[in-house]
Structures are given as structure tokens and as C-alpha cells.
Design a protein around this ligand. Structure first.
Ligand code: WTA
Length: 636
């Protein structure tokens, strides 16, 4: 028996050691016992990071949707696969069983086939968080088409860039989307994008908001009538383990977005294995990840990881603030959610609000809480732990990336003791390394450096679509024979990892390396502070000095700002030392964020450097309006 499901710390160490000593045997056992293959592999792993080339389960044949759906039909046919919670709480939730999912995916796949989509074609999905999005993802995978999901908050030009980069043949979109009280006209964004996209010949349109749309003749087709007459069975196209499953774009520090290519077999094995362990999923559980399927978190931990394990996965269409700030907790109570996975930015936003929004609801079903996407600050961690988990649900601070395909470093709940802001131990099969500026690996504990991964894992991205050279330069050139993550990390006395943030955010002040995250943690401890971001700016004597952008809670706004500045610097001095004190503190109405909630430090850095003519494209931000306000009030 392979150790597919780890249940205590001793077992973790046993499994971890085995996964390092004999990775191929380790993954082979897991792959053999828990998945459906049409043909077994010829070799488990072939790799060469100098090229770089990696293949897992080479020669194996499978279809991931048979693993996500078909093989559950006999034992879980009537179990809910997807539990859809609409934006409007008055609209009824939908329970889509595995049987129904099978029929709907097959129908959708048959429609795609009838539109001329074949194995290997790229299909763009630009949809709100409605069941059809997950179904479309699976329908593509059913017939071997490569899905490229673009988050439906991106602008027309961002959408066009992504469509053109991978030459999508067809796009699946909707008339509109609901986000809280707003209705967004998605179809017109698609229309605008498609003016610049020669490769797209068809657009399948799903009705969601019943808005007025213009249907371009010969190109735009309403989906529902086609689905209504489509056959409910569709044979799965048999894929090679290394055939691409999807492309997903992630922003680089420079240049156009990178289309990360994930392949079929290894991705499936790792998404499923990590899901099972990090969320300790058991058969009756209701699991909810609040991410959007437009991000990797949604791909791996709303769709593939849960479904391969036969789980019930919640899909939420709306936002945490609608109709009020209690919405997440209302849903947890309503569906008796057992595992809840969200982002620190959401936690911070909700923690700003009155606790009565939480206290109204029964959250006793919760067993595991998760976070992902950025370092979680201590204050947010404690708020989450105290008020949502009632100190009873372990928090899994999961570190990973679009490129890694699955969670890499994370506690295993009820197994790894958690500490705020620590992602703790690598999952089995993951071999992290910390390196210094000279590229030397730092052995032992109590070290801090750049985070790299020394050995392949099954779900790593294999290339950047159409640009293998960029893949090599970005990830495999910093350190010889290692994958470089772009993040920094510290390994503490017991070997726990703490992610310190992107290494490009490390600021050297008077020769001292300062990570932004610990300073921000210190600032955020101040009761008047809602959120903060630190950047460096050039300083005559120190080389760099620190500029802090800080958003205040209402209680802070009414206070004397100079006193607040002193108190904040006092806190930093206490937590980190006088070296980390902020040279400049600007109180802002908000911080510029990406649609996935990451603070855009690049913009803040430029403002601090007085380089505001060169801010780059700010139109894809969640809140572009705050940028001008910050510029107008900058302390430069
Ligand atoms: C950051 C999201 C600290 C990190 C799955 C990484 C984190 C980038 C954590 C990838 C975490 C993600 N703690 N930082 N738990 N999780 N990050 O591609 O900088 O959207 O490199 O993937 O987010 O972001 P991406």
C-alpha cells in the first residue's frame, strides 16, 4: 500500500523520506493504486533540468475526465460533485451529481466536437463562476482540447493578448456575469477582444444574465440549444500522459504574460494527492475553495484535485461582501462546509468588518482552513484562527505557484503543528533548497535564502507556451540544475519554511536584507492599520530606504497621523529592529491590487522612486482608481 493519505507526523516523515530516497517508486505506487490508466507507463520519470525537459509516466495513456467522473459513477453516481452557490442568495443552490456531471460534460464535449474542435486545439474560456465553467474545462479535457481559462475580470486587451498567444480556435463565454450588486457585460468585452483575434472562428455563448448582446453572424452561437440536442455520452479521447491538458497565464516580472503549459498524467496525480493530504478530505466532506477557476488554485483545487478524489466541491459565483460581509460564513453554515480555502487578502478584508457578521453563523462544521497566494500576516492568521476556526481548525498556509501546478509546502492538518506565517514542511516528493547570492545551497536549519526546488515533481509546468527559451531563462538559469521559484524563504530551527515573499521584493537597507512581509506583519499589528505595503526607494547613504503605504481602519483615520507614524515605527523597531524603520509613511485610501488580490508593489515602487511616467498598464488592476490618489499624495 502506498501512503496516499497521511494521518500523523510519524507517517509524514516515513512517507517523506521514502519520497526522497526513491521518488520513482514512491510516485509509481501512488499512480498505480489510485488512478485509472488505459495503459501503464514505460518509465516513471525522465528529466534533465539543463535542457530543461521533464516527463512523468511516459508512454502511459489516460483521460483525466475518466478519473474525475466515469470511475466514480458506480460508487458515487448520486453524490454531489459540484455544489453551485449563486451570487444571489435568494437563487437556489444547485447540486450536480456525478451522474449529471457525466451527462453534461459529454453533451458539452459533443458540441465542441461538432464545432470542429479536435485534440490539441486550444479553446479559450472566459466565464463567470457558474457550473458551465467547470463543465467546459472538463469537456475540453474529454476530447483532448487544451483549455486556456482567462479570468473573466480581465480587460478586452488582456483577453486578446492571451487568446493570440496560444492561437485559440474557439472561445466559450457568457452574455454577462453577476458580481455582488453589479452585472457585468462580458460579451461586449469578448466582442472587443475578438476584433484583434484572427484565430478564433467560433464563440459559444452561455446565457446567464439575459442581457442584451449582439450576436455576430457566422461566429457567435447560443450554447444551450446545441446542448439540448447533444448526446449524453461521449467517448473520452485517450491521451498520452505528457499531452498538454491546459495553458494558464501568469504575469511575469517583465514582458507579456507567460502561458504555463501543464500536462495530463503527472498533473492529475499530484493535484489529487496534494488535495487529499492538505485538506484531509474524507468521503462525506463538503469542500469549498473560494478562488476563481481563472486561477491555478481553481484549476487544481476546485476542479481537478477534488473531482479526481470523488469529492463534493463548492463553486461560488459571488463575492464575500454581497449581500453583506457575512456571505462566506452564511454559505459555510448553509452547506455545512468542512474544508474552507481562501486568500489572505479576503481574510484581511473581512477582519476589518464587525465581528457580528461572523458570530451570526454556525461554523462548527469546519475542520480545516486554508490560505494561499501570498504570505499571511500574523494578525490575519490569528483572526482566522480565533474567529473562524475557533482555535479548533488547523490553518494550512499553502505555498505554491501557477508553475508548480499543486501545493508544494504546507502543513498537513492534524499532523503538522502550525505556527502563524509558516507554510511549514514540504509535501512528500518536494525537495526545496535555499540558496545564497552566490548560488550556494544553504544546508542545515536557521538559514534564509532564495527558494528553489532540486528535483522534479509530477505537476510542474513543462514549458511556456511557444517559448521554451523563456521557460529555461526564467526558471532554470538562476541556479544550476534547480527550478527557481522567484521567492525567498527561511528555514527555522525545526526545518519549517516561512516564505518571505518574492525575492524581487527584498530590500537591502544599509547592507541588511529586509523582507517586506515581516515588516508589513509588524505594521499590521497596529490596531489602527488595515493593510500595508513596503517598497524600497533610493537613498543617498543607506542605498535603499523604506517607503510604507498604509491603509487605515476607520479608527485610525480619525487620529493624528504624525503620532500614528511614530507608533508604527516604534512597533517595527520592537519587532525587527531600528534598521527596518520606515523613512516615509504615506496613508492611502487603498493599495493597488491585481484581480487575484496581490498588491502591485511594482507600481508602488515606481511612485516611491518618482517614476510615475512609466507605471505600465494599470487597467487590469482591481482598483485602478487608487493609483492616481496615491500619486497625488506621494511623499516625494
Ligand atoms: C506567492 C498561487 C507566501 C508566492 C497558487 C508565489 C505565497 C506566488 C503563498 C505564486 C503562501 C503563494 N505564502 N506566498 N502560502 N502562496 N504565494 O502563481 O510569491 O498566483 O511565488 O499561484 O504567490 O502565485 P500564483
Amino acid at each position: 500500500m502506498s501512503n496516499y493519505h497521511i494521518k500523523n507526523l510519524e507517517e509524514y516523515w516515513q512517507v517523506y523520506r521514502k519520497s526522497i530516497q526513491n521518488p520513482e517508486q514512491f510516485w509509481e505506487e501512488i499512480a498505480e493504486e489510485h488512478f485509472l490508466w488505459r495503459k501503464k507507463w514505460d518509465s516513471v520519470l525522465e528529466w534533465d533540468f539543463s535542457k530543461p525537459e521533464v516527463s512523468w509516466f511516459k508512454g502511459a495513456k489516460l483521460n483525466i475526465t475518466e478519473n474525475c467522473i466515469d470511475r466514480h459513477l458506480a460508487t458515487r453516481g448520486d453524490k454531489t460533485a459540484i455544489l453551485f452557490e449563486p451570487n444571489n442568495p435568494k437563487e437556489e443552490a444547485q447540486h450536480i451529481t456525478y451522474k449529471q456531471l457525466h451527462a453534461r460534460v459529454c453533451q458539452f464535449a459533443n458540441v465542441l466536437k461538432a464545432q470542429g474542435v479536435t485534440k490539441g486545439d486550444r479553446v479559450c474560456l472566459y466565464l463567470p463562476m457558474i457550473p458551465e465553467l467547470a463543465i467546459a474545462v472538463l469537456a475540453c479535457a474529454r476530447i483532448g482540447a487544451v483549455h486556456s481559462v482567462v479570468f473573466a475580470g480581465f480587460s478586452a486587451s488582456a483577453l486578446a493578448t492571451r487568446i493570440n498567444d496560444c492561437d485559440c480556435k474557439l472561445i466559450i463565454c457568457s452574455d454577462g456575469s453577476y458580481r455582488g450588486a453589479k452585472t457585468i457585460d462580458l460579451k461586449s468585452i469578448v466582442d472587443e477582444a475578438l476584433e484583434d483575434c484572427q484565430s478564433v472562428s467560433k464563440s459559444l455563448v452561455i446565457k446567464r444574465t439575459n442581457g442584451n448582446v449582439t450576436m455576430k453572424e457566422g461566429r457567435d452561437i447560443w450554447l444551450q440549444p446545441l446542448l439540448d440536442v447533444a448526446d449524453t455520452s461521449c467517448p473520452a479521447t485517450i491521451m498520452d500522459a505528457e499531452d498538454p491538458l491546459f495553458v494558464l497565464y501568469t504575469s511575469g516580472s517583465t514582458g507579456k504574460p507567460k502561458g504555463m503549459v501543464h500536462t495530463t498524467g503527472g498533473y492529475m496525480v499530484y493535484a489529487a494527492y496534494s488535495f487529499k493530504n492538505v485538506f484531509q478530505y474524507t468521503e462525506q466532506d463538503i469542500y469549498w475553495c473560494t478562488a476563481d477557476i481563472g486561477w491555478i488554485t481553481g484549476h487544481s483545487y476546485i476542479v481537478y484535485g477534488p473531482l479526481v478524489n470523488g469529492a463534493t466541491t463548492v463553486m461560488f459565483e459571488g463575492v464575500p461582501s454581497y449581500p453583506d460581509f457575512g456571505r462566506f460564513w452564511e454559505i459555510v453554515e448553509k452547506h455545512k462546509v468542512n474544508q474552507f480555502y481562501t486568500a489572505p487578502t479576503a481574510i484581511r478584508a473581512l477582519a476589518k468588518e464587525n465581528l457580528s457578521f461572523v458570530e451570526k453563523y454556525d461554523l462548527s462544521s469546519l475542520k480545516v482552513l486554508g490560505t494561499v497566494g501570498e504570505p499571511i500576516n500574523e494578525e490575519a492568521w490569528h483572526w482566522y484562527n480565533d474567529n473562524i476556526g475557533k482555535k479548533n481548525s488547523p490553518i494550512v498556509d499553502t505555498w505554491w505557484q501557477t508553475e508548480t501546478g499543486g501545493i508544494m509546502i504546507s502543513p498537513i492538518p492534524y499532523t503538522t503543528p502550525t505556527i502563524p506565517t509558516f507554510a511549514t514542511f514540504p509535501l512528500p516528493g518536494i525537495q526545496p533548497a535555499l540558496l545564497n547570492e552566490n548560488g550556494e545551497e544553504l544546508k542545515g536549519n536557521q538559514v534564509e535564502g532564495k527558494l528553489a526546488i532540486k528535483f522534479p515533481w509530477p505537476s510542474m509546468a513543462r514549458t511556456i507556451y511557444g517559448n521554451h527559451q523563456r521557460y529555461k531563462e526564467t526558471y532554470f538559469s538562476a541556479f544550476k540544475n534547480m527550478y527557481f521559484t522567484g521567492d525567498g524563504a527561511r528555514r527555522d530551527a525545526v526545518g519549517y519554511y516561512r516564505i518571505t515573499g518574492r525575492v524581487d521584493d527584498v530590500i537591502i537597507v544599509s547592507g541588511h536584507n529586509l523582507g517586506t512581509a515581516p515588516i508589513e506583519d509588524a505594521i499590521n499589528e497596529h490596531p489602527a492599520v488595515a493593510e500595508s505595503a513596503i517598497v524600497g526607494f533610493p537613498h543617498d547613504i543607506k542605498g535603499n530606504a523604506l517607503y510604507g503605504y498604509i491603509t487605515l481602519k476607520e479608527t485610525g483615520e480619525s487620529r493624528n497621523h504624525d503620532n500614528l507614524r511614530k507608533e508604527i515605527n516604534q512597533l517595527i523597531t520592537e519587532r525587527i529592529g531600528p534598521i527596518a524603520k520606515l523613512e516615509k509613511i504615506q496613508f492611502t485610501l487603498g493599495l493597488p491590487k491585481t484581480r487575484s488580490g496581490k498588491i502591485m508593489r511594482r507600481i508602488l515602487r515606481k511612485i516611491a522612486e518618482k517614476d510615475t511616467n512609466n507605471l505600465g498598464d494599470t487597467s487590469t488592476l482591481l482598483n485602478p482608481e487608487v493609483v492616481q490618489n496615491i500619486i497625488d499624495n506621494a511623499l516625494v
